[in-house]
Ligand binder design. Structure first.
Ligand SMILES: Nc1ncnc2c1ncn2[C@@H]1O[C@H](COP(=O)(O)OP(=O)(O)OP(=O)(O)O)[C@@H](O)[C@H]1O
Length: 260
């Protein structure tokens, strides 16, 4: 079997409760190599909890998450241990947080933010690291003249673009994104979505994306899973789910966007 015939990430029967709240109720999802999968649903439906369980940041009460690594080995995300998980996060995975301040080091220059991820995967030559950081700043539409500025001197949109450069510079195989355009102005969001779409497709990265923004999901995602009350109520190719929603909840979700 070809390696691409298997999911890069595969979750089965994930359940997780916070007291009486069942945030995840037997959720199973697959993410395929190079695929952008959007997890959509109303506030409180369990999207962020699912993302965190997929990424090993939150341990489910039941269920399993398997990640197929670059060497083709299947790893159990919740039993591999902290050091192995941290190594994956540094090498094969990336994270884009809603608040760029959670994904950047605010006390370090823009170039340092990008360069230190390269150093974490073994780059040593200062000139090369700086040149690669400058190239990535350009790639995310930040003037490389700003390479020595700290993220605190950047606008919200620039900070988010810097977080994307920092995340993608090491060419991860799998990136987790939680509301990457949340909290930004609409015009800034549109530009950022275009940028993310271009980079993700150029680099062929698999992305698990949480968003409550159906328009963002339509633009970025190949496939959608729709969550409600901790369960997946519908899943399928993006156009099919949005143009011909089968579950009444998805119909409501799509029509409330159209009406907005
Ligand atoms: N750390 C926590 N402690 C207690 N309850 C939590 C915690 N995290 C999430 N929950 C609850 O679990 C449910 C799912 O939350 P989650 O944040 O995953 O939803 P969401 O779909 O991502 O919502 P939003 O779009 O508002 O972030 C909600 O009822 C939430 O209140």
């Amino acid at each position: 079997m070809m390696p691409d015939d298997e999911p890069i990430l595969s979750a089965r029967g994930l359940s997780l409760s916070f007291g009486a709240v069942r945030a995840l109720d037997e959720v199973s999802v697959d993410l395929w190599p190079g695929e952008v999968l959007a997890i959509v649903g109303e506030s409180g439906s369990g999207k962020s909890t699912l993302l965190r369980a997929l990424a090993g940041e939150m341990r489910p009460d039941a269920g399993r998450v398997a990640y197929r690594d670059a060497s083709g080995q299947d790893l159990d995300v919740h039993s591999m241990g902290e050091p192995a998980l941290r190594r994956l996060a540094r090498t094969e995975w990336g994270f884009v947080r809603q608040d760029a301040r959670d994904g950047l080091r605010m006390g370090v220059s823009a170039g340092g933010n990008v360069g230190e991820r390269l150093m974490a995967v073994g780059a040593r030559h200062y000139g090369d690291i700086r040149a690669e950081a400058a190239r990535w700043l350009e790639r995310v539409e930040i003037n490389p003249d700003r390479i020595d500025d700290r993220p605190g001197q950047f606008s919200g949109g620039m900070r988010q673009r810097l977080q994307i450069a920092r995340t993608l510079v090491t060419r991860p195989r799998l990136v987790f994104m939680d509301e990457p355009t949340g909290g930004l102005d609409v015009s800034v969001q549109a530009r950022l979505l275009d940028l993310i779409r271009g980079l993700v497709s150029d680099l062929g990265i698999a992305v698990a994306l949480v968003t409550h923004d159906i328009a963002a999901a339509r633009l970025l995602a190949h496939r959608l899973v729709v969550m409600r009350h901790g369960r997946v109520v519908e899943e399928g190719l993006t156009d099919r789910v949005l143009d011909d929603p089968r579950h009444p909840y998805t119909q409501l979700l799509v029509s409330s966007v159209l009406a907005a």
